[in-house]
Each structure stands twice: as structure tokens, then as C-alpha cells.
Ligand binder design. Structure first.
Ligand code: NI
Length: 139
């Protein structure tokens, strides 16, 4: 069996999610859904491989949150002190009366940096989190 041959499989999702996915496909310039799915899958597998191999990675964790959320700032600070050896810099931007953007530059073993990201983005009050990293050896 040739592994490079395209295989078909069907995917089920809610209509609302599919509509948004179709918008994404158009906005990112993919010629069809399959091409977009392939890219997303490749990206997820790549990150998973780094974590399994304990590769040294560097990148950023981006957090959008409401600083009025009870205990959020304290918990966020505690976590960053807990895992301070992974953090190279933290920059905080006050976007308006309520919203904050925090940019954390990280470097370390993929699994540990992922854990830091998961702990921060899962905090109550964090509205959006993004995690962008790449292996240091390949940069
Ligand atoms: Ni702020």
C-alpha cells in the first residue's frame, strides 16, 4: 500500500462550526477543505512530536484576559514564578479599562513549556490564549 496516495475519510461537525471553517478556508486562501485539514493536522502532529521527543523549543504564549476577574492576576503570577526557568520575558499591555494582553516569551523542553501554556490558558478569566513555538535547533 502506497502511503503517499491520498485517502478519503468523512468528518462530521456542527453546521455552525463548518460555516466558520469554510470562512477560514477562504480567508487563508486554501483551494478546498481537504487542503486546510491537511495543514492543520500536520501542524498538530509536528507539535505533538516535539513534545514526545522533549525537544528544546522557543516561542510565545499570548494571553487575553479581563484583569477584574477575581484571583486571576495572583494565580497567573504564581504559575509564572513556579515555572520561571522557562520564561525569558513577560510584557503586559493594558488594552482598555478591562482587557489585558500578556505576551510571554518562553524557552525550554517542549513538554514543560506546553504545561506552562496549558496552566495559564485554562485559568478562569483568560478569554483567549495562543501558543506559538518552534524547535530551537531548527531556527
Ligand atoms: Ni492590564
Amino acid at each position: 500500500m502506497d502511503d503517499s496516495l491520498l485517502k478519503r475519510f468523512s468528518v462530521s461537525m456542527e453546521g455552525s462550526l463548518l460555516r466558520k471553517f469554510d470562512q477560514l478556508v477562504t480567508q487563508r486562501g486554501y483551494s478546498n477543505r481537504s487542503e486546510a485539514v491537511r495543514d492543520l493536522v500536520r501542524e498538530a502532529i509536528l507539535e505533538q512530536t516535539w513534545e514526545e521527543n522533549d525537544e528544546l523549543i522557543a516561542g510565545t504564549i499570548l494571553l487575553f484576559y479581563n484583569h477584574h476577574q477575581r484571583n486571576l492576576l495572583e494565580e497567573m503570577t504564581n504559575i509564572q514564578h513556579d515555572m520561571h526557568d522557562l520564561i525569558m520575558a513577560t510584557t503586559h499591555f493594558h488594552l482598555n479599562q478591562e482587557s489585558c494582553l500578556e505576551l510571554i516569551v518562553v524557552q525550554g523542553k517542549a513538554g514543560e513549556v506546553r504545561e506552562l501554556s496549558n496552566r495559564l490558558t485554562s485559568l478562569k478569566g483568560v478569554d483567549f490564549g495562543d501558543f506559538t513555538v518552534a524547535p530551537v535547533e531548527k531556527i
